[in-house]
Design a protein around this ligand. Structure first.
Ligand SMILES: Nc1nc2c(ncn2[C@@H]2O[C@H](COP(=O)(O)OP(=O)(O)OP(=O)(O)O)[C@@H](O)[C@H]2O)c(=O)[nH]1
Ligand SMILES: C[S@@+](CC[C@H](N)C(=O)[O-])C[C@H]1O[C@@H](n2cnc3c(N)ncnc32)[C@H](O)[C@@H]1O
Ligand code: SF4
Ligand code: SF4
Length: 345
């Protein structure tokens, strides 16, 4: 499936959101909560402070925000978090957003999850018109899983993946490549995933938010990983695209797809098509920058969407060219102060 919509087609629509670099914004990532039932060592510190519940947009407000973006050319909505499936009543939002699939205004409604609650929700997600989901899984070793996630239980995630496949959902796995932690498992993880008809994507760790360790100790450049995998597999370039940042190859030996998300070694900002909304209604125009726009104020200021639309259009004109991520040993300070869980990746 190729669901990426071309910038040219989008630019034709008068309501389209086009940034200063001519990129059409057609993909929103909506973080519905900053909370999570895991504490992954690369994502969060052990002692996280979360927003008071009273600061959160209601599910109805999130739904209205999404509808405003859909009216402006958004074709793909990814619900994320924190852990999106721990937000109370979250299925109400999915059910409501599915109307945009029904009307043809949206190509894809999907979710990125740690999988801990999937066994419970997979069937309902499929009923909402979700076809593909991304599950984050960095290891198949139960003890290592506990060390990476601090609080997670691998067996629940594996049961969630089984339930998702049984419900007819296409599952993609995301694994953050962690130096000295899971690099010995890449080949077995590929074989495990491809044996189940599951695509797998490796991700370079990004310097967002303060964590206990040194980012430089975690960071593994994917060009090195790719070169190592060539000893074992034949990597054939693929033009498969999802509208996300992964670039795929097909492995001749397994027939499965392997993706690489390489913000550090091969920046993909030039083709950026996305922005992020947090659970408090803050719009981040770039994952790798601090600049943001408040949408909660204009959303609550009026029952009509005029002020909200103006705020969105003004913000898109500030979308930066790209991130300035660097990972080195000269500083423990991250490039971006907020944690990945605020914007949902
Ligand atoms: N630097 C950067 N990283 C991103 C961006 N979008 C997604 N990622 C990272 O890619 C990883 C996987 O993201 P997913 O939630 O699976 O979303 P996706 O890759 O768009 O999903 P697909 O629809 O399957 O392509 C996460 O760790 C994100 O932080 C982006 O715009 N910039
Ligand atoms: C922030 S999580 C939110 C959704 C859900 N909790 C999950 O883990 O899938 C989204 C993705 O971001 C990735 N991620 C978190 N922190 C990261 C970092 N510092 N660098 C790269 N990816 C990161 C996670 O592995 C996950 O795939
Ligand atoms: S990566 Fe996802 S599961 Fe892990 S701590 Fe961050 S938000 Fe939670
Ligand atoms: S880092 Fe910013 S500009 Fe680059 S792809 Fe991600 S969101 Fe887009």
């Amino acid at each position: 499936m190729n669901i990426a919509t071309s910038n040219k087609d989008i630019a034709k629509a008068s309501s389209a959101l086009i940034d200063p670099f001519g990129r059409a914004v057609t993909y929103i990532r909506v973080s519905v909560t900053d909370r999570c039932d895991f504490r992954c060592v690369y994502c969060m510190s052990e002692d996280m402070h979360f927003l008071p519940k009273s600061d959160l947009l209601t599910l109805e407000e999130l739904d209205r925000l999404c509808a405003a973006f859909v009216a402006k050319g958004t074709r793909k909505i990814r619900v994320t978090g924190g852990e999106p499936l721990v937000r109370r009543g979250i299925m109400t939002l999915f059910r409501s957003l599915s109307r945009h699939l029904g009307s043809g205004a949206l190509d894809e409604l999907t979710v990125t999850t740690n999988g801990s609650q999937l066994a419970r929700f997979a069937g309902e997600l499929a009923d909402c018109g979700i076809r593909r989901i991304n599950v984050s899984l960095d290891t198949l070793d139960p003890d290592k899983f506990r060390k990476i996630t601090r609080w997670g239980d691998l067996s629940k995630v594996l049961a969630g993946i089984d339930a998702a496949q049984a419900a007819g959902l296409d599952v993609k796995l995301n694994a953050v490549a962690l130096a000295g932690v899971n690099e010995d498992e890449f080949v077995p993880m590929i074989e495990w995933a491809h044996g189940r008809g599951i695509d797998l994507t490796f991700i370079e760790v990004m310097p967002l938010g303060e964590i206990e360790g040194q980012r430089a100790d975690q960071y593994l450049p994917l060009n090195k990983v790719r070169a190592g995998l060539m000893d074992r597999f034949t990597l054939q370039d693929s033009d498969y695209r999802t509208g996300g940042p992964a670039r795929y190859v097909t492995l001749k030996e397994t027939g499965g797809r392997l993706g690489f998300i390489t913000p550090l070694t091969h920046n993909f900002c030039e083709s950026c098509n996305r922005v992020r909304i947090t659970c408090t209604g803050t719009l981040y125009m770039c994952l790798g920058q601090e600049d943001a726009a408040d949408l909660r104020g204009p959303l609550r200021a009026s029952e009509t969407d005029g002020p909200l639309n103006d705020a969105i259009e003004r913000a898109i004109l500030r979308k930066p060219k790209g991130h300035d991520f660097i990972i080195d040993r000269t500083t423990r300070l991250p490039a971006v102060g907020r944690h990945m869980s605020v914007t949902g990746g």
